[in-house]
Design a protein around this ligand. Structure first.
Ligand code: EPZ
Length: 418
């Protein structure tokens, strides 16, 4: 992608449906043989990757990507094997494990393997399912699980807060026998929404949004219609883009309450945001960005998925800020690329120390993972001159129509192939 820099973003952007809710919601359709209709499903490669796996398992999948309407039926599922070729493309495919084991009493899901931002093991998913009574062996890179008599509810304590770990266990427990308590459960808004979906399908989940979620197992779930909530990470990404480019953006159809830590920090940097009937208006009220330190943390702390974007905002602040990444062990890969554009950032273990510079200069850079790649787009928008970003496929995993959305607000992004 070619980006011509130093452009203030002015205008409005429609925020899409939350990728990290749509993914578990798609997996949840495995829990019933009735039709599940999801609306506001974003048209992203991560979504189509999971839908390819669902089709491979035998589900009926009907996705109108223009209208963002998805119809799923798993009545005709004929396989409980999730092959490596599908799982390696999108690690959140692990989310089919819990639903398959609890509904079909067996599953064979490829281990996701490594990821560029960290080891991202699934050991906690596996040990929790074992506690629920699944017999699990790891052979030839596959997780082979079986529970011929179904899963039995029990207390599960998560040693670390895990988002998809909580989601996998939650979906396994809803058809288990008896009561399961998920202790130290993740509290992300996507998990609250997943519980709402499961309860609408007939599950009995309480303690939603607290660190202790209680599931009373039921015999079966029924179909439903459900709307995917707005993507809070897309919202935060474009809010930072507005602030970093001295622009003014109205972000429509977003929910600020899912981003209170983030907007609190943004306000401390000198950025203004105003809730309106349509969403939130973000602009930079005093031109300079003040340095504000952050620590990424599980919800409701500062989201790790906005750390790379925030680093770009701090790259031109009037001082020095420290950014600590506490969730993943290797989520600073955007930093060497930003340094090539003139940013002044040093890494000390899990902390990046950013000293603001007066300008960034366009350069050839490499995208490495989803959120790092969109941080390079923001850097390209604030840099002087031309920036070329390679390996663009990372961006399409999580940002629908990013060129159209940004070019509609004054940017000049052009995709090309060499
Ligand atoms: C989810 O990943 C999100 N993905 C990630 O978003 C997000 O960055 C992450 O949560 C943290 O908020 C989806 O929801 C599809 P974790 P997940 O399990 O569930 C370790 C994006 O950009 N861990 O909460 O995989 C793990 O290595 C993506 O949209 C284990 O060690 O994250 C990490 O260090 C990137 N063993 C920490 O816990 C396990 O069994 C938190 O990971 C599970 C996790």
């Amino acid at each position: 992608m070619r980006i011509l820099g130093r452009v203030p973003l002015v205008g409005e952007i429609e925020v899409g449906g939350a990728k990290n809710l749509a993914l578990p919601a798609i997996a949840a359709s495995i829990l019933t043989d009735e039709k599940v209709m999801l609306s506001n499903v974003p048209n992203l490669t991560d979504i189509s990757s999971l839908l390819d796996l669902m089709t491979h398992l035998g589900s009926d999948v009907n996705f109108d990507s223009e209208k963002h309407l998805l119809e799923l039926s798993t009545k005709a599922i004929k396989s409980t094997i999730a092959p490596y070729d599908f799982v390696r493309k999108m690690r959140a495919s692990i989310l089919v494990l819990g639903p398959l084991v609890t509904r079909f009493r067996k599953a064979s899901v490829s281990l996701p393997g490594g990821c560029s931002i960290g080891a991202r093991g699934v050991d906690i998913h596996i040990s929790a399912l074992r506690h629920l009574g699944a017999d699990i062996s790891i052979e030839n890179g596959y997780i082979n699980a079986s529970a011929p008599n179904g899963l039995i509810g029990c207390d599960i304590t998560f040693p670390i807060t895990t988002v998809t770990g909580t989601e996998n266990v939650l979906m396994a427990a809803v058809l288990g026998k008896g009561t399961t308590r998920l202790i130290n459960a993740a509290m992300e808004p996507e998990i609250v929404a997943l519980c709402e979906l499961l309860n609408e399908m007939g599950a009995e989940i309480s303690g939603v949004g607290t660190p202790i979620i209680i599931v009373e197992g039921v015999d079966s779930l029924h179909g439903t219609k459900f709307e995917i909530m707005p993507d809070r990470i897309e919202t935060g990404t474009y809010a930072i883009a507005a602030a970093a480019t001295d622009g003014k953006l109205l972000l429509k159809n977003c929910k600020c309450e899912h981003l209170s830590s983030f907007f609190e920090i943004l306000s401390l940097t000198g950025v203004s945001y105003e809730k309106t009937a349509e969403g939130v208006l973000v602009y930079n009220r005093n031109k300079k960005i003040h340095p504000v330190d952050i620590q990424t943390a599980p919800y409701p702390g500062f989201p790790t998925d906005l750390q790379a974007q925030y680093t770009v905002l701090m790259s031109m602040c009037n001082g020095t800020a420290s950014i600590s990444e506490n969730i993943f062990e290797n989520r600073f890969m955007h930093i060497p690329e930003l340094s090539r554009m003139g940013a002044n950032i040093s890494i000390h273990g899990k902390t990046a120390v950013v000293t603001g510079v007066s300008k960034l200069k366009g350069a050839q850079v490499m995208a490495t993972d989803l959120r790092a790649s969109v941080s390079l787009v923001i850097a390209g928008l604030i840099a002087e001159g031309e920036t070329i970003i390679n390996r663009l496929y990372h961006i399409d995993r999580g940002y629908e129509n990013i060129e159209a959305k940004l070019n509609g607000c004054g940017a000049s992004l052009e995709r090309f192939s060499v």
